[in-house]
Design a protein around this ligand. Sequence first.
Ligand code: IMP
Ligand code: MG
Length: 175
Amino acid sequence: MSGQVERILITSDQIQRRIQEMAAEIERDYPEGPVYLVSVLKGAFVFVADLARAIKHPSVRIEFMAISTYGHQKTSSGQVKVTRDLDVNIEGHDVLIVEDIIDSGVTLSYLKRLLEQRKPKSLAIATLLDKPERRVQPVDVKYVGFRIPDEFVVGYGLDFAEDYRNLSDIRILGP
Ligand code: IMP
Ligand code: MG
């Protein structure tokens, strides 16, 4: 462990309540299904598990991709690489990219462009957290859980050097 100070920013109850609201919106917007939740590993694995279970219609498909940007730094290297691609064809399907956090927007604008080329019927983004002050590349995000200040956060899937992902709340990692 890094031994850094942590402070709770969003409690586990607040997260769960907000996810119920987001899921209700998603249900309204995709009443028929199937909707493909394309989640970005590793950070979004907890969020997608809770979001998927909060959506009450059965035709929710859960797919994973892995992308690397950060290495073990707190700031983006700006380099985006797909390290694990989808193993399904999304052509003609409703696709919702599920992310843990949008920071610079580099990762999601890259991913959106990549998936757009595969001709989904629709393509939108759901993120649990958004740090709008940090945006370098504009991204159109349809569902946002919480807008947060420019702080480095961990927990609920989010890591710092692979630690903290298992916490059920979101915490600010001290300086
Ligand atoms: P972006 O490309 O700068 O938008 O970065 C997005 C990715 O950076 C996210 O999917 C996270 O994996 C990581 N990231 C950005 N901010 C944080 C943070 O505060 N804590 C942990 N990971 C973060
Ligand atoms: Mg991520």
